[in-house]
Ligand binder design. Structure first.
Ligand SMILES: Nc1ncnc2c1ncn2[C@@H]1O[C@H](COP(=O)(O)OP(=O)(O)O)[C@@H](O)[C@H]1O
Ligand SMILES: [Mg+2]
Length: 325
């Protein structure tokens, strides 16, 4: 049974088609990244999955149940984007507040809160006010709030936005620890070269449509280009390789060899070996996800974010979760 399955999902806000036929499957235990520019529809998709917005068409299932059912809400956690949690709380008191909304008994909260703060690496500061925390620590405490009730799936909307490089790495490491514990992680991001480092699979959303989906390796593979390097002091027989029918051009200290239809790289390697040269570097060339993005995205301006406040939504969600415990 997949963790998440959407089929031909469509959501329209008056004039804007925010989701335009999205079909996605996320397996249990996976870290899945939904990437795309601001306004692509990522937050809208998460909100449909959480059941906090209605008025959509298509089919959406979480753990084989319809999204938005109160039963399924108890099994998922959520870090909203642009959240603005009250910073007069300490890390401990914030989690205690959410634990109460969830209907967790005091003894259970007292046990669970330090464990969660330990997991997210904020245990030593748990009795300090959140306003004294770095942006990365705030994000991690807020990820802890999403985990209070041991959800099977956790939705993180832009978890690394505004966080410095060290903080971003800490968040990535945290997500890997969560994955090891068996949690399915669905993460939205407009930042490339970040979360996809740890994603098992990603989908790229553009104007409400999935334009690419797969592992990062499969998406960034550039078929037919190899980078070849020889031992120091050896010179690459570019003309002879060209005479075999390959396009060749220097790429720094390496040489880029392009295969034309039906060719393999093997005759090039055989030639190098015959000439007594020593191969030190052979790599199928990859493009970065950023290159792919630039190819597939037209320039568009950002759109204003949704009108409803994320903080209100998370409170509603917690109440709904707590009410059904
Ligand atoms: N509550 C709303 N009312 C009207 N339009 C909205 C609302 N929320 C989002 N949109 C629009 O829907 C599109 C997708 O937005 P969103 O899902 O927030 O994208 P992303 O999270 O990828 O930045 C945008 O054009 C946005 O302006
Ligand atoms: Mg968003």
């Amino acid at each position: 049974m997949p963790a998440i399955e959407t089929t031909e999902l469509r959501k329209r806000y008056r004039k804007i088609q925010a989701l335009d036929g999205v079909s996605l499957t996320v397996q249990q235990g996976e870290i899945f990244g939904l990437l795309g520019q601001n306004g692509a529809g990522k937050t809208t998709l998460i909100k449909v999955l959480l059941g906090v917005i209605g008025g959509w068409e298509g089919s959406v299932k979480l753990l084989d149940e319809p999204a938005g059912s109160s039963h399924i809400r108890t099994r998922i956690g959520y870090l909203p984007e642009d959240h603005n949690f009250p910073d007069y709380h300490t890390g401990y008191s914030l989690l205690d507040f959410y634990g109460q909304l969830l209907g967790m008994p005091g003894a259970k909260r007292a046990k669970r809160i330090p464990e969660m703060l330990e997991l997210v690496g904020v245990a030593d500061r748990m009795h300090y006010k959140i306003r004294s925390y770095s942006k990365g620590m705030k994000q991690r405490v807020e990820i802890a709030q999403a985990l209070m009730h041991e959800p099977e799936i956790v939705f993180l909307d832009e978890p690394t936005d505004g966080v410095d490089p060290v903080g971003r790495r800490e968040i990535r490491e945290l997500l890997l620890r969560l994955k090891q514990q068996g949690t399915t992680i669905f993460v939205n991001s407009h930042l490339l070269g970040e979360v996809e480092l740890i994603c098992d699979r990603v989908a790229i959303l553009r104007k409400g449509k999935v334009i690419r989906e797969g592992t990062v390796a499969s998406l960034t593979q550039q078929k037919g280009f190899f980078l070849v390097g020889l031992a120091p002091e050896e010179s690459f027989p570019a003309v002879e390789v060209q005479n075999l029918g390959y396009a060749v051009q220097p790429a720094g200290e390496l040489w880029e060899v392009q295969l034309i239809e039906g060719q393999t790289i093997d005759p090039v390697i055989a030639l190098l070996t015959t000439k007594g040269l020593h191969l030190r570097h052979l790599l199928e060339k990859r493009q970065t996800l950023e290159d792919l993005f630039l190819q597939t995205h037209q320039k568009e301006s950002g759109h204003p974010a949704g009108s409803r406040d994320s903080y209100d939504e998370i409170i509603d969600l917690k109440r709904a979760q707590g009410g059904r415990r």
